[in-house]
Every structure is written in C-alpha cells, then in structure tokens.
Design a binder for this molecule. Structure first.
Ligand code: CP
Ligand code: NVA
Length: 305
C-alpha cells in the first residue's frame, strides 16, 4: 500500500524512532544508500523555498536518484489541469512526489489519485519534514528525545503544529506560547501512541521557564492573510533573546526553522551565537528527508537497492 507523509502522524512512534536513527546513520555516511538509483522524484513548489528545495534536491542526488524541481506555473496545473490528472501522470514517471502548497486539501486530493508516496514539503497547517530535522537536531545535542522540554515561542503556525504532533509522538514535552487568537487549536490531538505532551500558554516566560530547547519561527508566514504590521505588534513580546534563554534550563539552546528575521522573532546575538543549533538544524533537513524517502519509496515497492 502506498504510504504518504502529510502530517507526519502517518508514522507510528517506533517508526519515528527508527527514522531518526536511520537519519543519523545517513548523516554519518551520506553516500551509503542507493535507495533511489534510477528513480526520479518530482518536487512541486507553489511557494518559495531555500532549505527545502536544496535539501530535497541534494538528498535525492545522494540516494542515486534524480530530482525534478517544478514550480507550479511550469505545470499545466496552472492552466486548469486537475490535481487528479496531475497525480495520475506523475505516478507513471516518478517514484515519489514532494509538494509545497497552501491549502492542505491540495495534498489530500493528490493522495486520492497518486500511486506514489506524496510528501508534504510545507502547507498552511503542517511542516512535518521540518519537525523531523528538529528532532534529529535535539537528539544529537541531548542524546535523547524522551522527556526533553521544548518551548515554542511565537505564532501558532504550521511549524508549531508539526513540532507539537511529531515532538509529542517522539516523547518531547512541548509548550507553545502564542498571543490570544494566534495559538494552536486547544483541541489539537496528539497521536494515540504519543509519549510526550502538549501544553498551550500565552506567556512566553512561563513556557520558556526550565525548557531545554527554545524554538521560534517567522512572525508572518507565507500566504498569511492578516495585516502583517498588526501581527508583528502582537508578537513583539514573543522573541527569543539571551534573557529568555537565561530563563530556560542550564545548557538550553535555540532552534529556528529559518528563514529568520533577526530583531523580530530572534535576536542576531542568539541566531549567530553559541546557544543555538540552528545551522545544524538546517543541514539536518537533508539527512531526515533521505531516510523518509528510503522508507516511503521502499515501502511502495520501488526499492532498487
Ligand atoms: N525551513 C524551511 O522550510 O525553509 P525554506 O522555506 O527555505 O524551504
Ligand atoms: N511558518 C513559515 C515557515 C517557513 C519555513 C511559513 O509557512 O512561511
């Protein structure tokens, strides 16, 4: 059966553990897998990207495959061809499909018709590939994920939601601090086999207090339809700076999915300082996505190793 990766919760807790472990192996030996030898992977971008495009394209190459990077306006999709027909045709040519889009309904419609794995490379609600890289980075630094306290400070967006879901599944205790009206949904349900927890706050100091990891993201996401000036004003108290890191646990470090806006959600001192693992985190996108492609493409019967 074709497996997809839209929210990340398609994985069981043991599968997530194994995927993070495999990512670490692939990081140690980047050219050790030929899982995509002779295969192509299509990557459709309806929104801009630096890290996702780079890491998928380079990662597919390292696995022996070929990446086809397609902007949506390169495709007949932009002239009214249906998602159904696009999925049917792509399935005849490539071993997997990555999609960066707005509405999550686009992804759900594609998986209805695709006979190849569909991977969410960011949607309005989720960014699960980012969360995989975040977990690898935390495990590298702390040696474990179980019981690690992570505080996300900022807009309750796609990145926050994926961290809550996949972090909870992996055993993190996740605190999310956002202003009223920008918080994650109060009834967001963690997967049934989640080993961690999710707690929502409005006070960034309360969330950050005693945390092992502080995490933030841009204040204004791509495609956000609210007034950016108003959002920036609301989020002004939700910044990771040295003072907030001082409130966290000893040895705490900052993460940021990037792109960053130094002076807004994070200070330049933290972004380029010693108390962050942000640049390792950006690199880790490649390693986790290679492990994910191995898992999904292998499960779909296209394992050519
Ligand atoms: N973190 C992330 O997804 O970055 P890009 O938007 O550059 O791909
Ligand atoms: N929340 C951000 C993440 C960018 C990687 C956005 O959706 O624009």
């Amino acid at each position: 059966m074709t497996r997809h990766f839209l929210t990340g919760t398609e994985l069981s807790a043991p599968e997530l553990d194994a995927l993070i472990e495999r990512s670490a192996q692939l990081k140690a030996e980047p050219l050790s897998s030929r899982a995509l030898a002779g295969a192509s992977v299509a990557l459709i971008f309806e929104k801009p990207s630096t890290r996702t495009r780079l890491s998928f394209e380079a990662g597919v190459h390292e696995l022996g495959g070929h990446a086809l990077v397609l902007r949506s306006d390169d495709l007949q999709l932009s002239r009214g061809e249906s998602l159904r027909d696009t999925a049917l045709v792509l399935s005849r040519h490539v071993a997997a499909l990555g999609v960066r889009t707005g509405p999550d309904t686009v992804l759900r419609e594609l998986v209805q018709y695709a006979s190849i794995p569909v991977i969410n490379m960011l949607s309005a609600l989720h960014h699960p590939c980012q969360a995989l890289a975040d977990l690898l980075t935390i495990r590298e630094t702390r040696g474990t994920l179980e019981g690690v306290r992570l505080a996300y400070i900022g807009d309750g967006n796609n990145v926050a939601r994926s961290l809550a879901l996949l972090g909870g599944l992996a055993g993190l205790d996740v605190a999310v601090a956002s202003p009223e009206g920008r918080s994650l949904e109060a009834d967001l349900a963690l997967p049934h086999d989640a080993r961690g927890s999710l707690t929502l706050y409005t006070d960034p100091l309360e969330a950050a207090s005693g945390a092992d990891v502080l995490y933030t993201d841009v204040w204004v996401s791509m495609g956000e339809e609210v007034d950016p000036a108003r959002l920036r004003k609301e989020l002004e108290p939700y910044r990771i700076d040295d003072a907030l890191l001082d409130r966290a646990a000893p040895g705490a470090f900052a993460l940021h999915c990037l792109p960053a806006h130094p002076g807004e959600e994070i200070t330049a001192e933290v972004l380029y300082g010693d108390r962050q693992r942000i640049w390792d985190q950006a690199e880790n996108r490649r390693h986790v996505q290679k492990a994910l492609l191995e898992l999904l493409v292998g499960a779909n019967g296209c394992d050519t190793r």
